[in-house]
Design a protein. Structure first.
Length: 365
């Protein structure tokens, strides 16, 4: 079943008039705030066959099909690494746990399933989907195509989608979701209704986290929720997953702390040992953590303040005072440039080693 609507999205939900929808909506905003869950819930609402205009009824045949992942008029396009986020039939094993369906692309030549899952949406999946839109809807209503994250489209895939957005099929709505709208083709953005998804205020986020943690029975003794929220830049779902365990694609809390402890050593950073320990963290998360750390160093140099890592305020002050401002600024620009290629299938370990070596050279001898 789709998740309940997050309280910080109430207004955005009420503003969606499904009686006058364009052929494509692009939900964009910060990562880790629930945009995908919002879009998935909206897709279910559009396909719901009840008379409710506010939310999916969760009772009709269409809603049941949607929850089981077999609604004939809904298509979700996600990278293999995120396929588990989609509604799907539970394939229960002996212990009653849901298992992942293995596709042909996952199986290696020797029959194993050890092939690394792609972080991109395959162009074949895009083409197959667009071809299937030529037929009418099975339930004589709408067809819904959800693409997440939109920035996971490679150039060929993005161009194929663009061509369809220029000449959209009848009775088809595209729900596109992105955390990096700066990486989306302007021609795609111009053919969508852009919907900015709000980040919750600190008070709303902390209230939601407290309620959910109590409901889950998670013991939070010694955990500063406000501190954790700041470390994630206000990404409430990522903060929540750091407390309850590694998230769907979130940073493992233990490895993240190890990275921060080594960054706090400045010129004495153990770049090789750190790379060996944390390189399995998804590259987007590594780059975000590095960006936030460097942002705090620059903030301290400029105004003797910081935002993301108050727990490390003393170390931030030490590092900021010993860092060359010009080199620190250049390193910040390099991190921004690296974000352009964060999903590229390069060796994460080699990329991280190079970044940490350059980080070491920021500091005065």
């Amino acid at each position: 079943m789709t998740k309940d609507l997050y309280p910080w999205f109430y207004e955005a939900w009420s503003n969606l008039d499904d009686g006058r929808l364009p052929h494509a909506l692009l939900f964009h905003g910060q990562s880790g705030i629930g945009k995908f869950d919002f879009a998935l819930r909206f897709a279910k609402k559009l396909l719901c066959e009840s008379n409710s205009n506010e939310k999916p009824c969760n009772k009709c045949e269409a809603c049941n099909w949607f929850d089981k992942g077999n609604h004939p008029d809904f298509i979700g396009l996600l990278p293999e690494v995120l396929a588990h986020l989609m509604p799907q039939d539970a394939m229960e094993g002996d212990e009653g746990k849901i298992t992942k369906k293995i596709t042909k692309e996952d199986v290696s030549s020797d029959g194993g399933a050890d092939k690394k899952q792609s972080q991109f949406i395959r162009v074949e999946a895009i083409r197959d989907t667009l071809e299937s839109l030529g037929t009418g809807a099975h339930r004589s209503g709408l067809k819904i195509v959800l693409v997440y994250p939109l920035e996971a489209l490679q150039v060929v895939s993005a161009n194929a989608l663009l061509k369809t957005l220029e000449e959209p099929p009848q009775n088809t709505i595209f729900l596109l979701v992105s955390s990096r709208i700066d990486k989306i083709l302007p021609t795609i953005k111009s053919r969508c209704r852009l919907i900015s998804m709000p980040r919750p205020s600190e008070a709303v986020a902390l209230d939601w986290m407290t309620t959910e943690l109590n409901r889950s029975g998670v013991v939070t003794d010694g955990i500063d929720l406000s501190l954790t929220l700041k470390e994630t830049g206000g990404a409430v779902l990522q903060a929540f997953s750091q407390i309850t365990g590694p998230g769907e694609r979130g940073v493992d809390a233990e490895m993240k702390q190890f990275l921060l402890e080594n960054l706090s050593k400045g010129r004495d950073v153990n770049w090789l040992g750190t790379s060996e320990k944390v390189f399995k963290i998804p590259m987007p998360d590594l780059l975000i953590t590095l960006e936030r750390w460097v942002s705090d160093l620059l903030s301290y140099q400029i105004a003797q303040t910081h935002y993301f890592f108050p727990k490390y305020q003393n170390k931030i002050a030490e590092c900021a005072l010993s860092a060359n401002t010009s080199k620190l600024t250049q390193y910040w620009k390099r991190l921004i440039e690296a974000r352009r290629y964060e999903l590229h299938p390069l060796s994460s370990r080699l990329q991280l080693e190079a970044l940490l070596i350059d980080y070491r050279d920021i500091f005065k001898s």
